[in-house]
Design a protein around this ligand. Structure first.
Ligand code: SAH
Ligand code: TYD
Ligand code: ZN
Length: 405
């Protein structure tokens, strides 16, 4: 039994993905012996309905000066974050002539850039030095530290209360959630908003997108669990907005209790989640069965293609692919290499299974028979770019099920 990070009840794992490496731990050939693995298991707390990893590697093992994820590499994500900034400005910054915006995990500045360009007072909090430096080069003010209660307190003293605390694909990474929520409560202005988005549990269950489960993602949020969490810190979930990003995300709007009246969407979404069974153990047992089937289908398909003597290349060395490769036991035997546009990943090997990561040019210069779409969450952007490949060759996806298209 483990203790829920939110309500401290005991809970058990419903699924075990076996030993998994650091999902973004792309390694050079000569470091192969030093790799770290942890047993990756997920559980559902029957009291507060938080779905969470049992164990997680330390934050310094995951976020550091060579963190290889750069948000701005996707054009669609740049548009998404411009719209996020505009929504916040329109809904929450108008009442203050000199508003202050804080972002937790600003990465290379993809979101804050939109505020910096308008000379809106802002602060990015980003512990991974290399990506923080890229944000600073864009004229963004960054504190290169991990956000927690202590930093929230210091930030309020130094800059004043925040009208908006924003975050995307970060809160779900942080196991010390009580420190985060009490920090938000400390830093937030009276009418301030804490708006954050993360991959949505409802989509993960519906699409069997088990690749969203990897070391960095300690929490899989739903309106059910987030409303419980907010309430514990004298805060309130006032609105929710589904997002198409990362294969299905949810944006949660949280404010001080009583500062805004909650939109009807909140209660409606909680009702829908109960209908979906996100509050029931059976749902997670069914998910486990779906994951096992997905694994069998993918491995048999790749083995069949190999027997036919055809080539398969992975498209996008996502962190998500680390779970798929290690859980399904897919290595160089079945996938020749993975093509990726991130210079820091190229020339290295995929975590755990050691498939070479090569530049995008190598994919373009010698098309394989099949491309296995690991970056399935960017499917629209990639299909627009790869019309030529799609004319003569095939794609493989595994979300929502294993399929050739
Ligand atoms: N917001 C960006 C980046 C997401 S990647 C986007 O949506 O594309 C997650 C980022 O969170 C990494 O850059 C990591 O360094 C950062 N991070 C991890 N723990 C953090 C913490 N406690 N406080 C602030 N940032 C954190
Ligand atoms: P993403 O799915 O955003 O992240 P995660 O690591 O959270 O699973 O990562 C996309 C990866 O795919 C990133 O390494 C860049 C790469 N990529 C390409 O190689 N080509 C593309 O056209 C796109 C959109 C991404
Ligand atoms: Zn709980």
């Amino acid at each position: 039994m483990s203790q829920c990070r939110v309500c401290h009840s005991e809970y058990k794992p419903f699924i075990n993905f076996g030993p998994q490496p650091i999902a973004n731990g792309f390694i050079p050939e000569d470091k192969i012996g030093d790799e770290y693995f942890f047993e990756m298991q997920v559980g559902h707390c029957e009291n507060c309905h938080m779905v969470q990893l049992i164990d997680q590697p330390s934050r310094e093992q995951m976020f550091h000066g060579e963190y290889p994820f750069f948000s701005s590499l996707s054009k669609h994500m740049q548009i998404h974050f411009k719209e996020f900034a505009e929504t916040i400005e329109r809904r929450f910054l108008n009442h203050n002539p000199n508003p202050f915006v804080v972002e937790i995990g600003c990465n290379d500045g993809i979101l804050l850039k939109n505020f910096a360009e308008k000379n809106i007072k802002h602060l990015g909090i980003e512990p991974s030095e290399n990506v923080a430096k890229v944000a600073e080069e864009k004229g963004i003010r960054v504190t290169t530290r991990f956000f927690d209660y202590e930093l929230a307190d210091e930030t309020r003293d130094k800059f004043g209360p925040a009208d908006a605390i924003l975050s995307a694909n970060v809160i779900c990474h942080i196991p010390y959630i009580e420190s985060i929520f009490s920090g938000v409560e400390k830093l937030l202005a009276e009418k301030g908003v804490f708006a954050y988005e993360d991959p949505y549990l409802g989509d993960i269950i519906e699409k069997t997108s088990y690749d969203q489960i990897y070391d960095e993602h300690v929490f899989f949020f739903s309106a059910l669990s987030v409303s419980y969490l907010a309430n514990k810190f004298n805060l309130e979930l006032i609105d929710v907005e589904p997002q198409a990003t990362h294969g299905g995300s949810m944006r949660y709007y949280i404010a001080r209790k009583g500062a805004y009246s909650p939109a009807q969407h909140v209660e409606q979404l909680i009702e829908k989640e109960k209908e979906m069974g996100l509050n029931k153990a059976e749902t997670y047992l069914q998910f486990k069965k779906n994951v096992e089937k997905s694994k069998q289908d993918l491995v048999s398909l790749l083995e069949k293609i190999k027997k036919e003597g055809k080539r398969v290349v992975g498209y996008g060395a996502t962190s998500k692919s680390t779970t798929v490769l290690n859980y399904c036991g897919i290595d160089r035997n079945l996938i020749e290499f993975i093509s990726d546009t991130t210079p820091l990943k190229q020339g290295k090997l995929s975590p755990g299974k050691h498939i070479p990561i090569r530049s995008y040019d190598e994919f373009k210069e010698n098309y394989p028979d099949y491309a296995l779409l690991f970056a399935w969450n960017h499917r629209k952007e990639i299909m627009e770019k790869e019309e030529e490949f799609s004319k003569s060759y095939k794609w493989i996806t595994y979300v929502p099920e294993v399929q050739i298209f």
